[in-house]
Design a protein around this ligand. Structure first.
Ligand code: ATP
Ligand code: MG
Length: 826
């Protein structure tokens, strides 16, 4: 082990001339009278390698350390102390076997440090020495009066001694750095989590909006399917209804034909019988003078009866026609309640269908080409359309398409495809002011004679083409066509014309009846014919049979009337179904929007009955309304924001991971720190107990104020033999010194210093205890070098070497009392 071989002083405090004091291994003792300069030797060592404080060196300023002269002696110009260390084991990182470390201080207060003769800094010296366990705060140098310091110091300061010995300062530094890193990263985590929270709120809100949008999408699609299903069912039901009615009509027509045939038969028979009756009558009349008159009367009567019958028939027919006209007339009004509601409002010009006049040959083409636009409403300006829309909304009446004349922009004019009759807009008559609306609907559809021609034209030029029979080719190539049933309105006209004709005929018949009645009156006033009995009898029989036949004919006739009425009713029903069918067909075509709809696509709704579907339709609309405003963009936005959020969360997770890793590191450091500290404390405590026991026979131990709390203080507990556990304050000076020695040696055993310097540390001890301490030092001097300053005989006796110091003329002198063989003295 490195040892302090020698010390040489010059101009330092009371040492004027250069003196060297060799310290061979073992126990060296320095003694001498008060004030001779013993402690100055201790100061000299501290001057080079110890604490730089003036308190320790007992000087106000650095210059006070230079010999200031005696009565007849001048002072020195500088102070120089050189320490010689034995480095035969090369424990110090230098090749020299003796390493010299010196400090020179001049009068200006400037210090020069040298290591092996080379100028170095104080720090370089401290760095070299720390490797062999010598450092300025070491407890190997106990200055005069400082021995009890270790006992009296603050427990936390005392614990710091263990900190230093255990080497946990290194861990403290690491921990401190890690704590700083932790603080920084915690700040980052906090900031990131705040942002994360904000982002989460946004994501959650957007998610709600997205869910609503998805629900809206689903509901809208359901609603479309429900409506198409309803339409599909109604459309097919309507088709079936027409078939049934046709069947019934066919039956009735057949029966009517049979009845009519019967009536014809009766008419023939009646005519024959009348002829016979006429013959018989004429036979009878020929016998009388007034044959001619009687003949005339009979003929007039017969004519009268026929005409009356015809009138009755006409009246019933008029009644029937009136009924038909009334029913069909009501069907003609295709306008929806919403359309009816806006007609007559400000700026409303009317329904497109009402504003145009179409030549008969183009009617079908126009109806088909209009595809529902005939019920569009033409308004003067958009603002009035908006008023109407608000009115419809407020009153929940329905929807209407408006064509505002000030805003509507007809598509640009194109040349007419060759072979076409003309653009529909040019074939329709209307007031010029409606041109924008009419052009909007009809200017892009050309009328064509028939489907073959339409096809040929379409091959050459793609355009919207409609045939006079109602087939439609779309520019996309979609063709719609088949048999087109004229709407009911045309039948009404037919019925009205028929009714007018019958009324006119009836009027004429009534006039004729009046004339015949008058003529009959004139003839009746004339004389009656005389009768021939046999002929009379035959005539009566014929008359009878005629009457019966007429009776029977009447029955058939009445049946015919009933049948006519029933047929009429069925026709009305049929017309109604047909109108509905047309309406549904147009709606169905429109709902398909050019593409074919497969009923499979309408599942599961297509499987429900219509009333259930209507309920579902209502419920779906209610739910859509209950969704409120829907942000459809949320579907896309949500995905985007969510990905962004997830990315950010990953980043935050990484920071948190980093934080956790720092915390782990801190924990590891702390564990290691505790382990190292506790190991050191336990070892030193063990030694402390042993040394104290050896010194005093009592018990002692070291412990932390708070168990396992490395920040708490280190408590010393002692119980001198036969005494109670003592508190520091209640210890005697000697007891304190003994305890301090036990502590010092406990440290020495755990982590020995190369040398120990004790300046009158035994001052407070009695003889017995001084002896014990002397023995203790003697024992330990086998393992470390001890330099002890003392006046005590017990110690002087135990020492390997003794130096006596004296003072002469203000200058300290050294006398070796027991000199080693190769001793060097100045
Ligand atoms: P004690 O037994 O009382 O502790 P000691 O031997 O330890 O005494 P020191 O404290 O070493 O005595 O020496 C003190 C003496 O050193 C004083 O008498 C003082 O005059 C002298 N001294 C201190 N500084 C200087 C100096 N700069 N120049 C000359 N003499 C000095
Ligand atoms: Mg002294």
């Amino acid at each position: 082990m490195v040892a302090l071989e020698k010390i040489s002083l010059q101009g330092f405090k009371s040492f004027k001339r250069q003196v060297s004091i060799p310290f061979p291994p073992g126990f060296s003792l320095i003694t001498g009278p008060n004030g001779c300069g013993k402690s100055n030797i201790c100061d000299a060592i501290t001057f080079v390698i110890g604490k730089a404080s003036s308190r320790v060196l007992r000087a106000k300023k650095a210059q006070d350390l230079i010999f200031h002269g005696g009565k007849n002696k001048p002072g020195s110009d500088f102070a120089r102390v050189c320490l010689y260390f034995d480095n035969s084991n090369n424990e110090l990182p230098f090749k020299e076997k003796t390493v010299t470390i010196s400090r020179r201080l001049n009068k200006k207060g400037v210090s020069t440090y040298r290591l092996n003769g080379k100028i170095v800094t104080r720090q370089q010296i401290l760095d070299a020495l720390v490797q062999v366990g010598i450092h300025p705060n070491g407890h190997n140098i106990i200055h005069q009066g400082d021995v009890n310091q270790i006992i009296e110091m603050d427990p936390v300061e005392r614990r710091e001694i263990i900190d230093e010995i255990s080497g946990i300062l290194e861990y403290n530094e690491k921990k401190e750095k890690a704590m700083q890193d932790l603080k920084k990263i915690e700040e980052r985590v906090r900031e990131a989590e705040l942002i994360l929270q904000e982002k989460q709120t946004i994501v959650e809100k957007l998610k709600q909006e997205r869910d609503t949008a998805l629900r809206y999408k689903q509901l809208s699609s359901d609603l479309e399917k429900i409506r198409k299903s309803i339409l599909w069912k109604e459309y097919h039901k309507s088709e079936k209804n027409i078939e049934e009615i046709n069947k019934k009509l066919e039956e009735k027509t057949k029966e009517m034909q049979e009845v009519e045939a019967k009536i014809k038969e009766y008419d023939k028979k009646i005519a024959e019988e009348e002829k016979r009756l006429e013959d018989l009558t004429s036979k009878i009349l020929k016998t009388s003078a007034q044959v001619k008159v009687a003949e005339k009367i009979a003929s007039l009567k017969s004519e009268l009866e026929i005409k009356k019958e015809k009138i009755e028939y006409n009246r019933r027919e008029i009644d029937r026609l009136n009924l038909m006209i009334e029913k069909l007339g009501s069907l003609d009004a295709k306008a929806s309640p919403a359309v009816k509601a806006v007609l007559g409002m400000d700026g409303v010009e009317g329904m497109v269908g009402d504003l145009i006049t179409v030549p008969a040959e183009y009617r079908i083409a126009v109806e088909i080409a209009a595809s529902g636009h005939l019920t569009d409403i033409v308004v003067d300006k958009a603002s009035n359309a908006i008023k109407c829309i608000k009115y419809l909304k407020q009153n929940k009446i329905g929807r209407v398409r408006f064509l505002p004349l000030d805003k509507i922009k007809p598509p640009p004019k194109k040349p007419l495809p060759s072979g076409a009759i003309g653009w529909l807009s040019e074939l329709i008559h209307h007031e010029p002011k409606y041109t924008p609306a009419i052009d909007y609907i009809f200017s892009t559809t050309a009328a064509v004679k028939d489907i073959d021609r339409a096809k040929a034209i379409f091959e050459k030029q793609r355009a919207r083409l409609v045939t006079l029979e109602g087939d439609l080719i779309d520019p996309s190539g979609v063709i719609t066509g088949g048999f087109y049933k004229k709407p009911a309105s045309y039948n009404v006209k037919k019925y009205i014309e028929e009714k007018k004709r019958i009324e006119k005929e009836t009027e004429k018949l009534e006039e004729e009846i009046a004339a015949i009645t008058k003529e009959l009156e004139i003839f009746s006033s004339k004389e009656k014919p005389t009768k021939t009995i046999n002929i009379e009898r035959e005539r009566a029989k014929s008359d009878e049979s005629l009457k019966r036949m007429k009776e029977e004919r009447k029955e058939f006739y009445e049946r015919l009337l009933v049948l006519q009425q029933e047929t009429g009713k069925l026709s009305i029903q049929k017309a109604r179904f047909e109108a509905r069918f047309d309406d549904l067909r147009i709606q169905w075509e429109r709902s398909k929007e050019g593409k074919e709809t497969n009923p499979e696509e309408l599942k599961p709704f297509i499987d429900f009955e219509t009333p259930t579907l209507k309920n579902k339709e209502r419920e779906t609309i209610l739910e859509i309304e209950s969704l409120g405003p829907v942000n459809m963009k949320a579907i896309e936005d949500f995905e985007e924001i969510k990905t962004e959020f997830e990315n950010f969360r990953e980043k935050v997770d990484k920071i948190v991971e980093e934080k956790n890793s720092i915390e782990d590191t801190i924990r590891d450091i702390e564990e290691k720190r505790i382990e190292v500290f506790m190991h050191t404390l336990n070892e030193i405590s063990k030694h402390f107990r042993e040394v104290y026991k050896g010194l005093t026979g009592g018990e002692a131990r070291l412990s932390l104020e708070v168990p396992n709390d490395l920040e708490s203080g280190l408590v010393i507990q002692v119980q001198p033999e036969g005494k109670k556990l003592l508190h520091i304050d209640s210890m005697s000076g000697g007891e304190k010194t003994l305890t301090a020695f036990a502590f010092l040696f406990a440290i020495q055993r755990y982590k020995p210093s190369p040398f120990y310097l004790l300046d009158e540390a035994d001052a407070a001890l009695d003889k017995v205890n001084t002896k014990r301490v002397a023995e203790l030092i003697k024992r330990h001097s086998k393992f470390a070098q001890f330099i002890v300053i003392s006046h005590n005989d017990a110690l002087i006796r135990e020492a390997d070497r003794v130096y006596g110091i004296s003072m002469e003329d203000g200058e300290s002198k050294i006398i070796a009392i027991e000199l080693p063989k190769n001793q060097e003295n100045n």
